[in-house]
Design a protein around this ligand. Sequence first.
Ligand SMILES: [Zn+2]
Length: 225
Amino acid sequence: MARAILVAALLLLTALLLVACASGGEPDLSPACPPGVGRGMWDLDLPWSEEDGSADGAAGRLLGDPDFGATPEAARDLEAGVVDERLVAVLRAVTERHRVCVEAFKEGHYFEPGVPDGPRIPEGYGEAGGLPNTHYFGRAADVWWVDGKPVEGNAADPEMLDVGRTLAGIPARRRPDQIIGPAAWSNSLGYGREWGWVLERDQLELHADHIHLGYMDERGTRNAR
Ligand SMILES: [Zn+2]
C-alpha cells in the first residue's frame, strides 16, 4: 500500500516537473549537490513531507534556490538561523551564476573526524591551530561542489575560477576575509591577502578538496578597501 502511494506520488511529481519544464526555458535538472549528499530533487523532498522549520528571509530564499544545495546538517543551520547573514548574502550572489553545494556551516563540521568542533581550531591543523574556529560561530561555509563538479580535481576549471571572480566582485567590506581553496585555484586567480584570500601553503594543502568562505570577526571584515 505504502509502495503504491509512493509510486503515485512519483508519477505526480514527474507530471509536475514536465509541466514546470515545458513552461521554462532551458531547465538544468542536475541538482546542486550530488545524489545522496544533500537536498536535491532526487531526494524525494516532497512539499508535504517538509518539516515546519522553514527559515525566514534571506536564509529561507537561499534554501529555496534550486542553484543552492546543502547537506541536511547545513540546511538545518540555515533553518535555525545560526549562519551569519553576510555568508548567506555571499552564497546568494554566487548562486546567481553557479550551482554550489555546501557541505557544512557549523553542524557537521569537523577538523578531526569524530572530534566535536569547539571555539578554537585544534592544534595540529596546520599553522592555524589555536585560532578562532569561524565554523563554530556560524561564520564559515565549506563548498565541496560547484556546477555539479567536485572542487577536488577541478580547481582550475572556468566555472570554479568564475566563482573566485564572483567573490572578488563583492565589495570589500562584505566579502569574506577567509577565502581558502586548492592551490591551483588560488594561484590561477592571483588575489592576495588584501582581497581576503589565505595563501599559506599548509592551508592550501588542507583545502585541496573544498573552498572555505569565512569571516574572522563578528562584525566587519579585514579586507583592505
Ligand atoms: Zn571550512
